[in-house]
Design a protein around this ligand. Sequence first.
Ligand SMILES: Nc1ccc(Br)nc1
Length: 445
Amino acid sequence: CVASPTALATSGDSSSSPAPMAQSAVVDVNPPRGTRDFPPEEMRLRSWLFDNFREVSRSMAFEEVDFPVLESEALFIRKAGEEITQQLYNFEDKGGRRVVLRPEITPSLARLVIKQGKSVSLPLKWFTIGQCWRYERMTRGRRREHYQWNMDIFGMPKVRAEAELIQAIVLLFERLGITSSDVGIRLSSRKVLQAVLDMYSVPQHLFTQVCVIVDKLGKLSREEIEKELISTGLSSEAVQGIIEVLSLKSLDKLEEVLGSGVEAVADLKKLFSFAEQYGYADWICFDASVVRGLAYYTGIVFEAFDREGELRAICGGGRYDRLLSTFGTEDVPACGFGFGDAVIVELLKEKGLLPDLSRQIDDIVFPLDEELEGPASSVASSLRKKGRSVDLVEDKRLKWVFKHAERINASRLILVGKSEWERGMVRVKILSTREEFEVKAGELQ
Ligand SMILES: Nc1ccc(Br)nc1
């Protein structure tokens, strides 16, 4: 819709409202299709969620990093048919460079690790919260941007990395009031699929393509999956073998099928043993169908899901030990996850766990007439320097100021009046108790 030019709404006295804007060409005041604005209330919720992301990252001794949202397209050119690379928000800049609004964070992390080279000591534990983009067809009407919290460990080849990352995810859920009855984390390893492909002598170059197809289990029908697998050149025996193994939900059964001593089983057993020690065993379950849809995963993969099965995956991640060599340098073992800002909020709404995030201001300072605007400035400034949040209000009637104080949940109203100020005093009203008293302006805390 297109907004019509109207006087900007000013709450309160008519005397202070600006003249209506001149009639002029109107812009569409909505943000671009698939993107969101964050007005104050939504921004408070987003900041609350991100503060929780940051607090978990801090507790895990991860360092925050950041990179441009704009990246070279070359970072995301992969041939495995992933949805993420089919929907690149890509374009040519004015310098003729092929660039993208990044669809994910991991390649930027890898690029920065490579750039830092020998100047960093491993393992690296990095986190970031960043906006990611996709160019969805107009028809789908889905969002084209979201914010993702990413935590990644570089240089930790053992399953400890996965165990640490899963603890971070569980800590976040627990901070938000979500329990293991609400959410589970299903996990497997791409080495399971690798072992099956080896059993059927499937050529290695098909591995990532098969992973991307199999990741659609649960989204596409079994027939469609089988058809896509056959189209890659797999034999029907191999397709049946894959489907059969990926339907397993028991590690013991998996070991029966793959044989003992298989690396995938050993990794997973180690992770389940860690889970007991970390105290999050009731959050996780083995599910051989979990492969995740990103081409570069090479080992354990995991995703959090709501047990009522209403929503898409809440977060997901895994090990990617061979991503750096695809950028032309030596590999560094790596593992990480991405946690979007949208599904989690849907889940919190469903569980009635959204926090009360109404505004809260410490003080309103209000000069009772124009000649006291100066003294009101020094009162407000002094309180701010002491760490108080202060809303300095003027040109309003007192009735409006009281309503405003209620709206912003102010704790105190500091009235700067002529007679009081001449005695070096100000009048303080405690809004919760209506208590009122005078205080020396210089001693106001
Ligand atoms: N990768 C990606 C980017 C943006 C959105 Br919305 N979803 C997924």
